[in-house]
Design a protein around this ligand. Sequence first.
Ligand code: SF4
Length: 315
Amino acid sequence: MEDLPLTPTQSRVIEELMARRRPRPTFPDTLADRLRSMLEEGLSEAAARVGPDGVSVRKADLSQVHACEAHLLAESSSPFGWNARNARGTVAHKAIELSVNLRPCPPPAELVALAIDRLVEDDWDWGPGRWLSEAPPTEAAELRAYAADVVHKFQDEFPPLKHAWRPRLESSLSAVLCGGRVTLKGKVDLALGQATGTEAKVLIVDFKTGQPAAVHADDLRYYALLETLRVGVPPFRVASWYLDSGHHQLEDVDEGVLEAAARRVIGGVVKLIELRVDGRAARLQPGPTCGYCVSRAECTGAAAWAEQRAEAGVM
Ligand code: SF4
């Protein structure tokens, strides 16, 4: 099939984000072992208190426990249920995944319908399949419109992904540490490229529909760490791509970035074990998380945060 001309934003992805003409860095072949040792040493004391089933840690656990321990516990004790708001991202990402591999590529609304069909067929155990199959018509229509908008923006902004770029979508990563007592898990929206020897040639991209936030950089560093532990070579770069504005924030990965990610994981997992296994009382850490926390109506931290904002003249 003939390649269509690229939009300026699509060209920017190739020039600025993929930076295909830039030399790629190489890393010591001992790097992954060193990071693994650093993690296991930092976690060994806490991991020894974990039962044989171990603890499983996702990037959301880490960001929540670092933002506010009480928020983490409140979130994890609220019963989870699928709804239009939390299912729409899963549908949109599935539709993007199909858009990369279906030829000819159907228009966004059709991709979304196919994505919903796939999720309904596949995901009854833990995914939104059951909710999607029974969703009220108005909510389902809003969800489809949202997901089609995300797919449309992705296609406007990203060049068609060539198979030679080795695209991986919705790619799961994990690292098993401390004899299985701690498992780190993540899922990368998009990874392009493949390491050669110790030369880093992978770009990891996370798609965002909201505004930039500091925690996005932490999430990306976490993915970089998991990819390094898996392959033995880090990605050369990680980036958040903001679909509403067509811009990105990127970070080139070096050993300092990975060590910072490992320290953040150690600090977060130790806190998670203290809270979930040892039963330590959670600390309140008033901050931006109060704005959407499930406990905000009754929490003194939320009131303290509102007061701080008022004093600073922030509405
Ligand atoms: S309202 Fe704020 S301080 Fe209270 S638990 Fe939630 S995030 Fe923490």
